[in-house]
Design a protein around this ligand. Structure first.
Ligand SMILES: Nc1nc2c(ncn2[C@@H]2O[C@H](COP(=O)(O)OP(=O)(O)OP(=O)(O)O)[C@@H](O)[C@H]2O)c(=O)[nH]1
Ligand SMILES: [Mg+2]
Length: 194
């Protein structure tokens, strides 16, 4: 996959708009503000490929990016932002369910969690959904640059236990969009599933 050949493809705000497709897809999921869009910008080495904001709930659509005509990158709207209105939450849930349940060719879901905290209830709901749906997923533990070495090691070990229900084989990859930690490894993992 040529990381220099990525282009924005489309944004979808309702399920009905999302076209069926058998193109291999790599999907980025996680709560609002966890760093999905930043991760994409880091992976593709582009400042503004996906929009980043300090305001949670920035990405409110499912965004498709295409790498040449080979692979699709999917930036999902974040969940778990308390101030979102009920109607919006319903729209989000319908869109996510519809997306995952339509016939697609999802090669990998990169589930982001904040390395600093125990995964949220919504994170567990999301990961259990992925597991039950039989979708291949890994966990990227983001914002690793925000911890010092001791804290970081503590949280790395704690996360393994907090995510124990998903099995010993679950890949947990520390990641920093700020410093680049984990970026090369994530690219290798993505290559390996394509
Ligand atoms: N220090 C640090 N900050 C980060 C990192 N990743 C993201 N951020 C910051 O966290 C905030 C949210 O990042 P986004 O990439 O917009 O998060 P998102 O998951 O796309 O959020 P939604 O679009 O709301 O779902 C921004 O202020 C980023 O600069 C990281 O690895 N390290
Ligand atoms: Mg985003």
């Amino acid at each position: 996959m040529n990381y220099n050949k990525v282009e924005f493809e489309a944004a979808f705000g309702t399920l009905k708009q999302i076209p069926q497709s058998d193109l291999p897809e790599i999907v980025f999921a996680g709560r609002s503000n966890v760093g999905k869009s930043s991760m994409l910008n880091r992976l593709f080495n582009r400042k503004n490929l996906a929009r980043v904001s300090s305001m949670p709930g920035k990405t409110i659509t499912i965004n498709f990016f295409k790498v040449e005509n080979d692979v699709r990158i999917v930036d999902l709207p974040g969940y778990g932002y308390a101030k979102v209105a009920k109607g919006e939450k319903r729209r989000w849930a319908e869109m996510m369910e519809g997306y995952f349940q339509s016939p697609r060719n999802i090669k990998l879901v990169v589930q982001l969690v904040d390395v600093r905290h125990k995964p949220s209830e919504d994170d567990y709901i999301m990961m259990r959904f992925l597991q039950e749906a039989g979708l291949p997923f890994i966990v990227a533990a983001t914002k690793s640059d925000k911890l010092n070495k001791t804290q970081y090691n503590e949280r790395k070990n704690a996360l393994r236990e907090e995510l124990a229900e998903f099995g010993d084989n679950l890949t947990i990859l520390p990641f920093s969009s700020e410093k680049g930690e984990g970026a090369e490894e994530l690219k290798k993992i993505i290559e390996s599933v394509l």
